[in-house]
Design a protein around this ligand. Structure first.
Ligand SMILES: [Zn+2]
Ligand SMILES: [Zn+2]
Length: 73
């Protein structure tokens, strides 16, 4: 697999979009949290991953949920 951004061999895959990224175009995140929430019950579950790889195009926004409501900071 080749890097999405250049022709180098991909060293990993972006966790958000799934595109291949080389060492230069990949960005390491210490922590990635994916939240799934059910608004009818107010119950939220979280998926956490550590030391994940992300490409330069993807933006991951952090969200805070409290009692089923999204808190915008
Ligand atoms: Zn590249
Ligand atoms: Zn990506």
């Amino acid at each position: 697999m080749k890097c999405w951004f250049c022709d180098a061999d991909a060293r990993g895959v972006c966790i958000a979009c799934g595109r291949g990224v080389c060492y230069q175009h990949g960005h390491k995140l210490d922590q990635f949290t994916h939240a799934k929430s059910d608004t009818s019950t107010g119950f939220a579950s979280f998926f956490k991953a550590f030391n994940v790889l992300k490409c330069q195009d993807c933006k991951i926004e952090w969200e805070t949920w409290e009692q089923g409501k999204r808190i915008i900071k």
